[in-house]
Write a protein that binds this ligand. Structure first.
Ligand SMILES: [Zn+2]
Length: 207
């Protein structure tokens, strides 16, 4: 019987990041599941909005679009792993789990942080996959505010779900979705109106 890990555990477990410090006026936008055919649109929009973000990439997709992997970095964004084929980590044994991560690291060409970051597909982690990741040198990057952009296609819903945003929040979105793109300018405007700045997740947690 597997027990899924709850947010209360993530908040105290070393090697897991979920919510940044509330003392700095910063939040992080994060996007899962790229790169794909819409990545260029996301990057252009973020350039227009003048904000950096963190992208959690699927290894298999990164291999197909190596130029996009470089493009995220060239435009000042952070990239990190999101599994090789989006299999649930909680269903994998240690060996298969670590293989997912190392293959993705290779596809990404390394990360800027010393410990590579990984976000589990579907946010699905049980105690053993969490321990296996952290003891193997990975930092597990979760989120504090889920826009739930996978269960609506209405940009207005997304904007509403991202309010109110608080200092330290890590917002979760996905790539490949027109409605997410449409919501973003208003989400970012609300963040700025709240006196907050968007930074990469790496910078949010940096000392
Ligand atoms: Zn995902």
């Amino acid at each position: 019987m597997r027990t899924f890990v709850k947010n209360a555990v993530f908040d105290v477990f070393p090697g897991v990041l979920r919510r940044g410090p509330s003392t700095a006026k910063r939040v992080a936008l994060t996007f899962d599941d790229g790169p794909d055919y819409m990545t260029a649109d996301y990057l252009d929009l973020l350039d227009e909005l003048g904000v950096p973000a963190t992208f959690f990439l699927i290894g298999k997709r990164a291999i197909k679009r190596p130029h996009m992997v470089r493009e995220y970095l060239r435009r000042g964004h952070q990239i990190a792993g999101h599994g090789f084929d989006h299999a649930r980590f909680s269903k994998l044994g240690r060996r298969a789990l670590l293989e997912q991560c190392t293959k993705t690291e290779t596809a990404l060409g390394g990360q800027l942080s010393g410990r590579p970051w990984v976000r589990p597909p579907h946010g699905s982690l049980d105690a053993s996959s969490l321990v296996n990741l952290v003891t193997s040198g990975y930092t597990v990057a979760m989120w504090s505010l889920d826009a739930h952009d996978y269960d609506t296609t209405d940009p207005d819903d997304l904007v509403a779900r991202c309010a109110p945003v608080a200092a330290g929040d890590v917002l979760l979105f996905h790539e490949g979705q027109q409605w997410t793109l449409e919501a973003l300018p208003r989400v970012v405007a609300a963040i700025h109106d709240a006196g907050l700045e968007c930074v990469t997740m790496h910078d949010l947690f940096a000392e």
